[in-house]
Ligand binder design. Structure first.
Ligand code: ATP
Length: 212
């Protein structure tokens, strides 16, 4: 991450990829500027928050003109390290893992799953979406030095020991799709995404807080 990002509040930083994706689409459709009201409607963030966020980016919207899309995009690209490729590994090529390998993230930004690991000998040695799958026993030999992030799509029961091994090899960020609550040292960032919990929570909100 670049220097500039450290000055941006975390809540603002979290909205960056959202802004980036929307503005990129606007730019590709030929637009050169956008108002905070338009953005607000599209990304569902209130316009006061957008104006405050954008002030951190040094982007000052002009009344009746809006924000310069090209300026914002070049700022986001720098801040999100979009000009640099971030290499990712994926552990566990089951149903979810396979879907991620096929999807890969290259369409959205410059992150790429470079290699995957599994213990299933039917999967080891194959390619899915151009990504090679190695045996997890080969982790130490195969994991490239410049891979800094791991996606975990293994059964919950093995998530912690796998994480410990990844961290000992220098992995700095983990996207955990297992329901396991994993412990990591302060020097490692872990984001938990439990799809079943997210879905249940959506069902709960729809039932208990109906929108109409
Ligand atoms: P599938 O239908 O292929 O079994 P799944 O997502 O339902 O997919 P899971 O049991 O969640 O299956 O396992 C996900 C993947 O993690 C499987 O491909 C499995 O071989 C792999 N896996 C299990 N244990 C380990 C381990 N210790 N190290 C690496 N990969 C593992």
């Amino acid at each position: 991450m670049s220097q500039e990002q450290s000055k941006i509040p975390q809540a603002t930083a979290k909205r960056l990829p959202l802004y980036y994706r929307f503005l990129k689409n606007l730019y590709l459709s030929g637009k050169t500027r956008v108002s905070s009201a338009e953005l607000s409607e599209a990304v569902k963030v209130d316009s006061a928050t957008i104006r405050r966020d954008f002030s951190y980016f040094g982007a000052l919207g002009k009344k009746g003109y809006g924000y310069n899309i090209q300026y914002l995009l070049s700022f986001f690209r720098k801040t999100l390290d979009q000009d640099e490729l971030t290499k990712v590994t994926l552990i566990g090529v089951g149903n979810l893992g396979t879907a991620f390998l096929n999807y890969n993230f290259i369409k959205n930004n410059n992150t790429k799953i470079e290699m995957a690991f599994d213990v299933d000998i039917n999967k080891v040695g194959t390619l899915i979406g151009d990504v090679p799958i190695y045996h997890f026993d080969e982790l130490e030999n195969r994991l490239a030095n410049d891979v800094s992030i791991a996606i975990l799509t293994v059964p919950a029961s093995v998530a912690q020991p796998i994480t410990d091994r990844l961290i000992s090899l220098g992995i700095k960020g983990i996207l955990n799709f297992t329901p396991a609550r994993i412990n990591v040292p302060d020097t490692v960032r872990i984001h938990h995404i439990d799809l079943a919990v997210e879905l249940q929570s959506l069902v709960y909100f729809l039932k208990n807080y109906p929108l109409d």
